[in-house]
Design a protein around this ligand. Sequence first.
Ligand SMILES: O=C(O)CCC(=O)C(=O)O
Length: 283
Amino acid sequence: MIDRGVASVALVSAFARDGAVVVRGALSVEQLKLAEAGINAALADPSPLAITASRDDDPGSFVEDFRNWQRVEPIRVLALDAGLGALAATLMGSSTARLYHDHVLVKEPGTRQRTPWHQDQPYYDVDGAQTVSFWIPIDPVPADGSLEIVAGSHDGTWYTPRAFADEAAKWFPEGQLAELPDIDGDPEAHRVLRWALEPGDLVAFSMLAIHGAPGFVGPGRRRVLSLRYVGDDVVHAPRPWRTSPPFPELASDSGAGAGERALPAGAPLDHPLFPLVHPPARS
Ligand SMILES: O=C(O)CCC(=O)C(=O)O
């Protein structure tokens, strides 16, 4: 097992304050190779959840795929067995880290499609504050093509999640949650974090941090794997709508009996879909 998961006190407090940090050189060469092999395998053989998030007339393309760790071995090894759980638990201030899911996000050179400002957690089926996503690029990413995070926006406010294509409120109904602030219209009011990244660096950010990303000019590709972890206080929050990504396996249980859920509302994510990655199992 590769264990480079030691985060400094300064990094942990910056993550708590800003909801995002860059971790330079977080991944070893072996870990990067797993990320690259995993992304390439998912692109070559997309899952049924894969989508193209750019328009047909976009000169590039923005492709996403979700929940591949159970079928793409390098993603499984990187997400579960390569030591990243220790870093996740430390940043979350949690004694445990579970994998929630993995997400492939690839922008080809020339992609105009912006990833709109959003939080991740309102698209999901979990409540709790101890969350972290690792945005792992395997290609160099200049600051003006990189992930952008609004510092401090993980303060507990939930904003209406909207479809990227047409801004429809397909999850929480209109009016139930707050509306996102106008970040681009009022840049002085927000501290936006963005970093130029080299392969091996990662950006860790809370699932409540408002973030987005510009299109990608190139010249190369922008291949990214996001690995998402949850900590001690995260519990299942079943939704009456299809979450993104969906977890249909949890809708009703096979084993629990008629009408009972595989994972009741308010239960920790103690389920084979969400393996415990920290502390590591004793061998
Ligand atoms: O890679 C992107 O363009 C956006 C990333 C993102 O939204 C995420 O990882 O949650």
